[in-house]
Ligand binder design. Sequence first.
Ligand SMILES: *Cc1c(COP(=O)(O)O)cnc(C)c1O
Length: 393
Amino acid sequence: MNKLAYIDEKIEQLKTDGVYRVLPINYGACANVINLNNKRTVNLSANNYLGLATHPRVIAAAQAATAKYGVGAGSVRTIVGNQDILENLENEIARFKREEAVTVFQSGLNCNIGTIPAITDKGDLIISDELNHASIIDGVKLSKADKAVFKHKDMVDLERVLIEKRSLYRNVLIITDGVFSMDGDLAPLPEIVKLAEKYFALIYVDDAHGSGVLGESGRGTVDHFHLNGKIDFIVGTLSKAIGCIGGYVASKQNVKTWLLHRGRPLLFSTALPPAAVAGATESIKLLSETDEFTKRLWDNGRYFKAAMKRLGFDIGHSETPITPIMVGNEALTMAFSKGLMAEGVFVSGIVFPTVPLGKGRLRVMLSAGHTKDDLDFAIAAFEKVGKALKIIA
Ligand SMILES: *Cc1c(COP(=O)(O)O)cnc(C)c1O
């Protein structure tokens, strides 16, 4: 008897459903052009928004830290994994974000699954935007608090939940992404702050796609809306625009003190490696020195979006350099992605269940690292494959 036959059945089902995949292999660094499956490919699907994953200063900082501090931290933070460079990184991020304190975790996902259960308890209510990221959903599942969902960005619906339920709970926590990564749209943070003040609720913003992208020199969505100091918990990632790995919670000092005692990934999983800590610190320094990276990212975003519109593609309603190319049908979406790959352009197709049925799209992630030549090459491929598949005329 094969005890694992049930796994084979599940894999067969993936194939029947047309969602089985073989991962492409990148034979090199994550950059504007990659060697994907041993083919030169313009990379339109990384979260490396500012190209910092391969910045010479970031690489040099990571190498120097490895030489001095070794490859692994060797312990969880609460034992002997709390290296001075990690403390320094937290201070640098706090200064950059203009928030009181910062607690660094091993990733953005770790922030959400560690922080949400630590700051909520039985007798509390979490109210979550229906399109929040999977790691928020997992963090909410780990909490003992009751849960409610409001319609995407719908402030009337959020207030409805607050009116119905506020008085039944001790603490109420409103959670939202800052930038929603499937459509590139922003949470209505000024309105959320108003409702939170009216109903005495806490606010938690996961700004994974806003950090390094929005606000002054990439300070994030909260800075973009000039709401510094008004959000109780701001999550950012060091894995996307910052180009390394890690995540952080910006908050008041008492929240940090509590997380160092009850944020389970800090207690039960080894601290970030020195290379990641030093690399992220250098990236934050670069952003503090200049806004050239964010400027180039937004320039590339405008250039690419204008070309897509001119070609007749439906590019949704993004407010950021994330550019969805709406296709609709799932099979057509995947065929479009495959056709582009054959032309040397990688763009991931996103279909149900990640987005609703019939809302398949390609999601283009632009970067400051793209040259105009890269973008023109990609635009020509979009035109050729889009016409062949009759997505555009
Ligand atoms: C990517 C992402 C995360 C996870 O960040 P990692 O650092 O890659 O773990 C968390 N939340 C949101 C909204 C994200 O987009």
